[in-house]
Ligand binder design. Structure first.
Ligand code: TRP
Ligand code: ZN
Length: 850
């Protein structure tokens, strides 16, 4: 049992802090186990605050001394920090504390990773560094002095004096403490420079451990591209004379946008053709862009409180998606994002963890860095842009930057700029921020006397804490196709605001075929009782590339569901339609590769649950196997030709064009391997000079139950490269057959390289296990038990990563009573663990439900 009752924080309780800060000065005397942090903070009463209690957060700090205006001060220890009586006038707080970076395995605050000091302060890690009003609405300039004998010492802002054993940094832009960062270590730089549109020279560096210098070039190019793009598209220039990126091996998430000193999980920045896949390259480019774009959407304009997290995250995800669309392919990026949304956000929105894009309460804010806040938050911005149009969106953003630069803002501030620019009332639109759950959008059609009518009905099922739902504003992009496949009505946006609403199209010569929700214009589940023939028609003819893909996807889902539940055979119309797309050399290979993909097992389980059918993981797995076999057979004459056509002469480039070709040849290879016993895959493995092809070949071999020699050779070749060894761990588990997955994972936890305290390695094993749907859901419950064992083990070491991994259980109510009972045992066991972290306790409570 937990001793203290968990404390819930509410959005409605927000009050401003009683004091403002004029300036912060920090000195760090670095030592692995006894770092001293000296702070000098100039406070002054906040005229806008009614509560003048002087309270500073602090966690795991050893207080050495504290004074106010030079006089010793009486501190009262309170929950989460300290309180003191202070003058009703400006005053200076000075304190010295001691902290232990070496013992900090939670990777929040100041910690050590491979001998290097680094920090992670978002959202509430700064309080583990010193006493401070650690909340995003308290902004200040920071001057930092770092003392140590390490060669490289970095902090935010511009570099100042450097001398023997010390370095000084000064950040002129007021910022909340969550954007503070410090790095010190034996690092080497990959340097470059950028001249901003107004002519300021910025020196750029990517800092890495010696040996990783050759993995920085791609990230640096991505950074420069991002800097130019933000100038061209959003008119946003960089605002310091230095921009540093540091790669760190032990990191809880992808990367962090600390002002002028972005810190990256090494997996999110280091890349080379030999060690990284095309997918890795694209992810790195997107994350570099994301963190860079935060400089304006997050840092210059930040969040008033953590309930407003989507203000910076939704907008920054939206911006990085625009960037990727611009530098790569718009339809390909859109399809990838929708696959991701359905894979991660829909299960969250339709299960026990469902919460609004702007939550109204939390116990541990770290648990709300979710697909809903990030990805649905970005979808909401995409809908807003579609509703107001591109020109008004651009104007609103200009106003946002002009009006709120330097401020800590709310969703109300954000929506107000759109209201002011367009005159639109966004009251109903705002429900996208407050109402959780995925809306269902049912469509009916009728045709008479040249008039075609679409009638939509929206409804959202109840979600935790929200039994009743009100209608939302849904932009439905629709185009109509004639019987010969020509577009008779080009895309227009229907604005749905009622529970049920009809839209008519007149003067049509014959009944058209509607292409609905083009570009996935709203994050909803479309319920359309279309016949297979109509889907096949759209797969062949839709002029909207997203919906053309979607038509294939929904045909695939329908037939896979029929196969899994009624023993149906694969739908011939689907097979023929896909084959036609595959053979169409006029289409982008990346797009054709996406067409070749099937819905994942977990997505199908969700679709079955949606229809009131209890999913059987083994039946789903079998249906997909059978379908792949059928695809391989149907396309057997075409696949080798495509595989050959997609081979690339010349130097490897991770760009959209080449990676599209490799994606398609990889898709073809996977199917061919079902016909040739893995011969072509073995040949590719032997010849591969890049990780994309080496890994895709190995995956084909492993899923065919072969490749033992290659797997061992792969380990020998890459044993010194952590990021590649993560792939080695992961691939064995994702490619294992359902009956072998749990045992493979268990065996790998005994491997000498299973450094379970490293989040990337922990995720390589347990993320992979939960991705192997039929394996994880093994009817004997062994997958659930193994994951629970390790969550219990990781809990005291790294609560944040443990809590994230608990979401593997979030879909548990979908499954049969036996599986639910087996999962419940594990959830109870975790809940009953002594000293359960606040992070994990909250997650398990929510997943178990009332
Ligand atoms: N703000 C970061 C981003 O979206 C993510 C982030 C939040 C994070 N908390 C973190 C990263 C903790 C690492 C650790 O870019
Ligand atoms: Zn972000």
């Amino acid at each position: 049992m937990r001793d203290a009752a968990p404390k819930t924080i509410y959005l409605k309780d927000y009050t401003p802090f009683g004091y403002m800060i004029d300036a912060v000065e920090l000195t760090f005397r670095l030592d692995p186990t006894a770092t001293r942090v000296l702070s000098r903070i100039a406070f002054r009463p906040n005229p806008d605050a009614s509560d003048n209690r002087f309270f500073l957060y602090g966690e795991n700090l050893k207080l050495i001394s504290a004074t106010i205006d030079g006089n010793p001060v009486d501190l009262r220890a309170v929950d989460d920090g300290i309180e003191a009586d202070v003058p009703d006038a400006p005053f200076v707080w000075e304190a010295e504390v001691e902290i232990n970076p070496q013992a900090n395995t939670a990777l929040e605050g100041l910690y050590m990773s491979n001998g290097m000091y680094c920090t992670q302060c978002e959202p509430e890690g700064f309080r583990k560094i010193t006493y401070y009003p650690d909340r995003p609405d308290v902004m200040a300039t920071f001057d930092v002095r770092i003392e140590s004998d390490l060669p490289v010492m970095l902090s935010n802002g511009n570099p100042g004096t450097v001398g023997e054993g010390f370095a000084e940094w000064s950040d002129p832009w007021p910022k909340p403490a969550y954007l503070f960062a410090l790095v010190a270590g034996d690092l080497v730089a990959h340097p470059d420079q950028f001249t901003t549109s107004s002519g300021t020279d910025v020196s750029l560096n990517i800092w890495v451990r010696p040996g990783d210098e050759n993995k920085c070039a791609f990230g640096m190019e991505a950074l420069k591209k991002s800097m130019s793009w933000d100038e061209e598209v959003y008119g946003r220039e960089y605002d310091l004379n230095t921009f540093n990126i540091v790669a760190v091996d032990d990191f809880n998430m992808g990367a962090m946008e600390n002002k002028g000193l972005n810190i990256f999980n090494s997996s999110a920045v280091l890349a080379s053709p030999e060690t990284s896949t095309d997918v890795n390259f694209q992810r790195i480019e997107a994350i570099i862009a994301h963190e860079y774009f935060h400089n304006w959407t997050g840092n210059r304009i930040t969040c008033r409180d953590w309930f407003q997290l989507c203000l910076k995250e939704g907008l920054t995800v939206f911006r990085d998606a625009q960037f990727t669309s611009d530098v790569r392919s718009e339809p390909v990026k859109r399809i990838q994002d929708v696959i991701d949304l359905r894979g991660r956000q829909f299960p969250e929105d339709n299960g026990p963890l469902s919460h609004p894009v702007r939550p109204e309460s939390f116990q541990e804010i770290n648990n709300f860095y979710t697909a809903t806040v990030y990805e649905k938050g970005a979808e909401v911005i995409g809908m807003l842009k579609r509703l107001v149009g591109d020109a008004a969106y651009a104007e609103a953003l200009e106003l946002y930057f002009a009006r709120h630069d330097g401020q800590a803002c709310t969703i109300e501030d954000w929506l107000a700029v759109f209201q002011d620019v367009t005159g639109r009332d966004l009251t109903q639109f705002k429900r996208w921020y407050s109402q959780s759950g995925t809306p269902r959008l049912a469509v009916e059609e009728s045709f008479a006397d040249g008039t075609y009518t679409l009638t939509f009905t929206q409804s959202t099922p109840s979600t935790p804490g929200q039994p009743d739902k009100a209608p939302q504003v849904i932009p439905v992009a629709v185009g109509l196709l004639g019987q010969n496949g020509d577009e008779v009505v080009p895309t227009q946006v229907l604005e749905m605001t009622e529970a049920t609403q009809s839209f008519t199209f007149e003067n049509l010569p014959s009944k058209p075929v509607a292409s609905i929700l083009r570009g996935f214009s709203a994050p909803v589940i479309l319920e359309r009782s279309t016949q297979a023939a109509e889907r096949a028609f759209l797969l062949a003819h839709d002029t909207d590339p997203f919906n053309r893909w979607e038509a294939g996807r929904s045909l695939a889902s329908e037939t896979l569901i029929a196969m899994a539940t009624e023993d149906a055979a694969p739908d011939a119309a689907y097979l023929d339609g896909i084959l036609a797309v595959l053979r169409d050399d006029g289409l982008d290979p990346a797009y054709r590769a996406l067409m070749l993909g099937l819905p994942g097992q977990s997505e199908l389980a969700g679709a079955l649950h949606e229809r009131g059918i209890t999913p059987d993981p083994m039946a789903i797995w079998q249906a997909i196997e059978t379908m792949k076999q059928a695809m391989a057979q149907t396309a057997q004459d075409t696949l080798p030709r495509i595989y050959a056509d997609m081979q690339i002469d010349g130097e490897y480039r991770p760009d959209a064009e080449q990676s599209g070709k490799r994606a398609l040849s990889g898709g073809a290879l996977a199917l061919m391997s079902r016909q040739d016993g893995g011969a072509q895959a073995a040949a590719q493995y032997g010849q591969a000079d890049n990780m994309t092809q080496q890994l895709s070949a190995l995956a084909c071999l492993l899923s065919a139950g072969k490749g033992a020699d290659q797997l061992a050779a792969f380990y020998d070749q890459w044993q010194d490269d952590r990021l590649v060894i993560d792939k080695w761990f992961m691939l064995q588990i994702t490619q294992a057959s359902p009956d072998a997955a749990v045992e493979t994972a268990r065996r790998l936890t005994e491997h000498a390289d299973f450094n379970w305290k490293n989040p990337n390695r922990f995720r390589a094993v347990f993320g992979a296990l939960s991705m192997n749907h039929a394996g994880f859901h093994n009817a004997d419950g062994s997958g659930y038990a193994l994951l629970a064992d390790w969550l219990i083990k990781l809990n005291p070491v790294n609560p944040q990563t443990t809590a994230r991994m608990c979401s593997a259980f979030q879909t548990w109510r979908r499954y049969d009573a036996d599986r639910q009972a087996l999962i419940k045992v594990q959830l109870d066991r975790i809940a009953d663990t002594p000293d359960l972290s606040r992070d994990v306790a909250e997650m398990i409570t929510r997943i178990r439900g009332a």
